[in-house]
Design a protein around this ligand. Structure first.
Ligand SMILES: [Zn+2]
Length: 292
């Protein structure tokens, strides 16, 4: 054999030795596996991706447009600052754009007969309705203010700015601009309390009363028993509430009003439009739901 043939044989022998190291005996396999590790930068990339994905989902659930804005903000060096600036700009611009998509923003002014219960609803873009429902709400609040001067009708969750079928969680039905929730009117021991709700967000301060719904799990009829002692001890302002429900029920532009049956009986406001949505929906003895 010449020099060339010898060198070829040596290379083949070395290759066979390397192959046996990686795929041969169990001892060799064990030694090979013990050196397998995921590079730290790859773990970081996975964690970073998971963080951004979770944030996009959360912001989309809360605000509809926030997830997209965060994706945009990730292109900038100072992501949080970019997000805050971009989100503010988008939120301020939306009321100008959404009428072209069939929705208008309810007023965020903290004055007048119709107000959002909290500016948080405006910041989260949860105060959009169809133009017709906006008119109904304004008319209703004006009616209540004329009948009981100083009355403020407070809106809770309404709808997102865009897209029919996009639910405003946890309200599965608030997905077309045609629905809105109203806070109850409250009084202290003696008089009506304008702009007041028992809980900070207007929801979850349940009025006690009997229910025909059996206890099941899972359910949206949360009782949130531990939270109840934390709320203010106002009671329902029944006169205004009865007047509101009667006025809404007479309005041809309103199709349904959801409220718990025990409150319908207490207020004596029986009407075909006033009903319970069903035992699978949320409780309606902390707010009123109306829809076109
Ligand atoms: Zn509702």
């Amino acid at each position: 054999m010449g020099d060339t043939a010898v060198s070829v044989l040596r290379r083949v022998r070395n290759n066979v030795a390397m192959i046996s190291l990686h795929s041969g005996t169990s001892g060799a396999r064990h030694r090979f596996r013990s050196h397998v590790h995921i590079p730290p930068n790859r773990i970081q990339r996975v964690l970073r991706f998971s963080f951004h994905a979770a944030l996009v989902i959360l912001l989309t659930i809360l605000t509809q447009v926030g997830g997209l804005v965060w994706l945009l903000a990730t292109c900038f060096k100072h992501k949080l600052l970019a997000f805050l600036l971009l989100y503010s700009a988008v939120t301020l611009t939306l009321p100008v754009a959404t009428p072209y998509f069939g929705r208008v923003a309810l007023t965020c002014q903290q004055s007048g007969p119709l107000q959002m219960q909290s500016r948080v609803y405006c910041v989260l873009n949860r105060h959009y309705v169809t133009p017709e429902l906006a008119t109904v709400l304004t008319d209703t609040a004006n009616h209540m203010s004329r009948r009981y001067p100083g009355t403020v009708t407070l809106v809770l969750d309404a709808n997102f700015p865009f897209m029919n079928g996009f639910p405003l969680l946890p309200h599965l039905s608030h997905n077309d601009g045609r629905r809105a929730d109203l806070a109850f009117y409250y009084r202290n021991a003696t008089v009506y309390q304008p702009n007041a709700t028992r809980s900070p967000i207007g929801y979850f301060a349940f009025e006690p009363g009997p229910t025909h719904c059996p206890p099941v799990w899972p359910t949206l009829r949360w009782n949130l028993t531990l939270l109840q002692p934390l709320w203010r001890t106002f009671s329902l302002e029944q006169q205004r509430k009865r007047a509101l429900l009667t006025h809404l029920a007479k309005d041809d532009r309103i199709g349904k009003i959801f409220i718990e049956p025990h409150l319908v009986r207490t207020l004596n406001v029986s009407h075909p439009k006033i009903r319970i949505q069903g035992c699978r929906a949320a409780r309606y003895d902390d707010h009123i739901h109306i829809q076109q």
